[in-house]
Design a protein around this ligand. Sequence first.
Ligand SMILES: [Zn+2]
Length: 377
Amino acid sequence: MRYPTVVILIDALGFVLAERSGFHPDGLSHRIRLRTVPGFSQPALSSIFTGVPPDKHGLWMMYSFTRDKSPFRWLSIIPKDVSEKRLWLKRIINWKLKRIDRVRSYYNLYDIPRKVLRYLDLPARRNIFMPEGIEGMNTVIDELSRRGSRIFVRDYHTPEAMAFDQLEEAFEKGDADFYLLYTAELDADLHKYGTTHENIKAHLNWYSERIENLLSINKEIKMLVFGDHGMCDVHGSLSIIDKIESLNLKIPQDYIPFYDSTIARFRVYSEKAERKIIDTLSDLSSGVILDDNEKKKLGIDYADPIYGDIIFLVNPGEIILPSYMSAEPVAGMHGYHPDNEGMFSSMYTNVDFGVEDASIMDIADFILPGFKSEKRG
Ligand SMILES: [Zn+2]
């Protein structure tokens, strides 16, 4: 590699948001609008580092369905009257996942009820920002490490101000050939305040300063600043859980549900469940059931329906409430259809890639020209 590469990955750096807030760090003269993939950060980050859609790298949602291989199966021995919200229970679940199941990926137990958690699996077990971060699939980080590049990574484990400090220090010393900083703190602010709050603009200005400061240390670098998806302001909510639960279907004999903020998914095991759930969802005006053709186009067409047989996608600006994520409303949300204007992300770079529009799946090739992800044996 001729120049060191610096990648600043700001979760939820949306195209519309950046434009409206006047975010455009000096020295990064090229801007590219990036189309994302459906779902939340896990599939987006996996598609960024592999260059392939979620049904190729295998990681779509944080939780997949399984009736017999769940790392939460042991929860059946805990008495039913113990709430999953009890701190000691959450601590044991987390301990078991880290120590026994060796989960190194980002996950959260949120408010998932125990009756459902017992039939869920965590398909991503590794830290995506490190070499061999995706099971069975090569990432750009794998390829860089195979080529002997010295790699510097700071991810969500380090608070972003500290991560920028440490990046600057390493960069000044020339410690690495490839620097990667990932932060989810803008995403957290956007969920909390929405996209138009003054804190957001201030946060973006702060990123600009940190980025311009890095460029002032050394301009002889290849720098890529980008996000994984955008963000929409939330203006309404819909309730699904009570409607489905009133159908008198049994978990797990008939179905297993998962209610994310913008996506409701169902693995169905009986014809009765399939019919009743589809009928109920079809009556809702706040979203659509994705058909097979749409799943193919969106890159979430799994031969084995581990993420569900029925996928209901909520309209932009609305959220499922309550969901397994939260019982409280939020100001901003993502995870809508990638064609929605608010879902596009943005890239700022000092390299002319000759495009103004691209997909987050093109980023791996921007980082390492010619990179092709391959299945790893
Ligand atoms: Zn988010």
